[in-house]
Design a protein around this ligand. Sequence first.
Ligand SMILES: *[C@@H]1O[C@H](CO)[C@@H](O)[C@H](O)[C@H]1NC(C)=O
Ligand SMILES: *[C@@H]1O[C@H](CO)[C@@H](O)[C@H](O)[C@H]1NC(C)=O
Ligand SMILES: *[C@@H]1O[C@H](CO)[C@@H](O)[C@H](O)[C@H]1NC(C)=O
Length: 168
Amino acid sequence: MHVDAGGLMFSLLAYAQTSVTSNATAGVRHSEEYCAMYGICGKRSDGKYLNCPFGSPSVKPDDLLSSKVQSLCPTITGNVCCTETQFDTLRSQVQQAIPFLVGCPACLRNFLNLFCELTCSPSQSLFINVTSVAKVNNNLTVDGIDFYITMLMVKGYTTPARMSSSVP
Ligand SMILES: *[C@@H]1O[C@H](CO)[C@@H](O)[C@H](O)[C@H]1NC(C)=O
Ligand SMILES: *[C@@H]1O[C@H](CO)[C@@H](O)[C@H](O)[C@H]1NC(C)=O
Ligand SMILES: *[C@@H]1O[C@H](CO)[C@@H](O)[C@H](O)[C@H]1NC(C)=O
């Protein structure tokens, strides 16, 4: 399934004009406490941040990031796969959607969980594959991902769904 979600859902992920064929799979690992993407490797001219396409072990957040994550994403405890800049970007994206979801608290919670898991889950590499990278100012950035959505993230889904995203 190709997901576009009005550009909102994935604007925190990557985008660029030029796609490069490169070693998108270098360093790929699928395990608990391992990230598919970590950190910011570029910035689009419109100000959107682009994730780094490199796997890395999950990271223990400092107290400030930890309390920020807890307030928006209570299901995520312990290590994370997001930096503070990534998290702040997530939060500002999410805030734009809240007016559309206030009438449905369950939808809002599901929506937040999805964002939280995709962005910060310490086991991100278990359900996200970086499928496309792009070069921005000489840095490689994430241009597309495949990911699984499970019932743990979105209660309304009955079966795990495989989805792809390349950012508009
Ligand atoms: C991709 O990575 C592998 C292992 O890291 C390396 O052996 C290979 O040469 C790389 N391929 C390209 C096209 O960079
Ligand atoms: C390139 O990526 C590094 C981290 O890998 C980052 O420190 C640097 O700011 C990035 N450069 C640009 C132009 O975003
Ligand atoms: C990611 O890649 C692995 C191995 O290539 C595969 O088993 C897994 O199903 C992929 N995950 C997604 C979300 O496409």
